[in-house]
Ligand binder design. Structure first.
Ligand code: UD1
Ligand code: F6R
Length: 371
């Protein structure tokens, strides 16, 4: 089952180019010249008009699935022009959130069986909201209970830490955002850029996987550390959170994903010459702000590891001592799919080097079917 790989987590990280292609297969429709022309989501077409008329869109999930919602929020806001809010499923129930008939709630789940997400779905249904699923497992409880949805078709995910489901959830939701905005003339160019970017995405993820040996080397350097901070913002705030979640859940190292805009409001106090810090600073609308974050972290002697775009020339000048990880540049809203790959590889290697089981991390289960 694991083939040439030592662990399912490793196999599933390396399967991502193929898994992402599967998510898009038959849904990103090409013209005769092979360019992406439009998006066709069989399961959503009947409901698209109702969703466009919603008062707001609520993205809901737990853990990694919730992080994928964070990654996609900005694009949903941009393309649908609707207010988009995020909800952790357990918190929906704790707060008894005000949901309404004219809300669309999108429930994201790899297993489709997570108790908190399923309960939040039942709650939203009882309030009369339209419920949409973004689910990997066909026939699962969430897939069956939603009004409509999209199967991400990532293939079975066995490793407890979610890897390929995360990237495929983001891609599936990009497709949803594109299909909800297909009538918008003003967004034609942006939509077209994203569609052509999607076509290139599996190749860019494959390119990123070639960094495996570099990440093994970095893991060797970091394996005795007790803490790791990861800063991101904008489209890559989710990358920071998801990278930190991977590091803590499998490598059993304390790690915190931090919104870089919050740095001065507390986290900066943790920075000294011993603290390893990863900053996601690929080239998008947040680049200049991230450059300033890097300068400030450097001024406090932080041990910097920077994830930058492959054509970047500025960051290594800003922080000449930093470890630089170069990733392929893609459309800004797709960059999170590429940027998480080095962090998945790093957490995998840290886990193996520290002698832990990455496929069955301590105290965790693949499917959390109790609240
Ligand atoms: C469907 C078929 C696929 C086939 C394709 C051909 C299934 C599961 N999928 O894929 O095998 O190749 O047509 O056109 O038979 N749904 C929910 N909630 C969810 C996820 C999905 O209600 O969380 C619903 C959808 O609204 C849809 C159905 O399940 O009615 C199948 O969804 P999906 O597999 O995403 O649809 P297609 O991509 O059209
Ligand atoms: C992290 C992880 C968990 C799940 C969470 C939701 O790697 O696997 O955080 O993402 O338990 O599970 P699903 O997506 O199955 O609802």
């Amino acid at each position: 089952m694991k083939g040439e790989f030592d662990h399912f987590m490793q196999k599933e990280i390396f399967e991502q180019p193929e898994a992402i292609s599967s998510t898009m297969r038959g849904r990103l429709v090409l013209d005769v010249l092979g360019a992406a022309e439009r998006v066709m989501l069989g399961g959503m077409s009947q409901f698209a008009a109702t969703i466009r008329r919603s008062r707001r869109i609520i993205l809901c999930g737990c853990g990694t699935s919730y992080n994928s919602a964070i990654a996609i929020r900005q694009l949903f806001e941009e393309l649908t022009e609707l207010p988009v809010t995020l909800e952790l499923a357990s918190d929906v129930l704790d707060r008894r959130c005000p949901f309404f008939r004219d809300d669309t709630c999108i429930f994201i789940s790899q297993s489709g069986e997570t108790a908190d997400t399923l309960k939040a779905l039942e709650y939203a249904k009882a309030k009369g909201a339209l419920c949409v699923g973004i689910v990997n497992t066909v026939g699962s409880a969430i897939s069956r209970a939603t009004d409509c949805g999209v199967h991400i078709n990532a293939g079975a995910e066995i490793g407890v830490a979610s890897t390929k489901a995360y990237t495929c959830q983001i891609v599936a939701m990009v497709l949803v955002a594109l299909s909800l905005s297909e009538d918008s003339r003003s967004k034609h160019t942006r939509r077209d850029d994203i569609m052509q970017g999607l076509l290139k995405l599996p190749g860019c993820v494959k390119e990123c996987l070639k960094m495996d040996a570099i990440l093994l080397e970095l893991a060797q350097e970091l394996k005795e550390e007790h803490s790791l901070l990861i800063f991101g913002r904008g489209f890559n705030y989710a990358t920071a959170l998801e990278g930190a979640l991977k590091v803590k859940e499998v490598a059993l190292v304390h790690s915190e994903g931090i919104l870089a805009g919050e740095m001065k409001h507390g986290p900066l106090a943790l920075v000294d010459k011993h603290m390893p810090i990863i900053v996601v600073c690929t080239n998008d609308g947040s680049y200049e702000k991230q450059q300033s974050v890097v300068q400030q972290l450097k001024a406090r002697d932080g041990r910097l590891i920077l994830i930058v775009s492959d054509d970047d020339t500025e960051m290594e000048k800003t922080a000449p001592d930093a470890v630089i990880l170069r990733v392929p540049k893609v459309e800004d809203c797709l960059q999170a799919v590429v940027n998480i790959v080095p962090l998945q590889l790093l957490s995998y290697h840290l886990t193996v080097l520290r002698g832990h089981n990455c496929d069955q991390p301590r105290n965790l289960a693949k499917s959390v079917t109790v609240e």
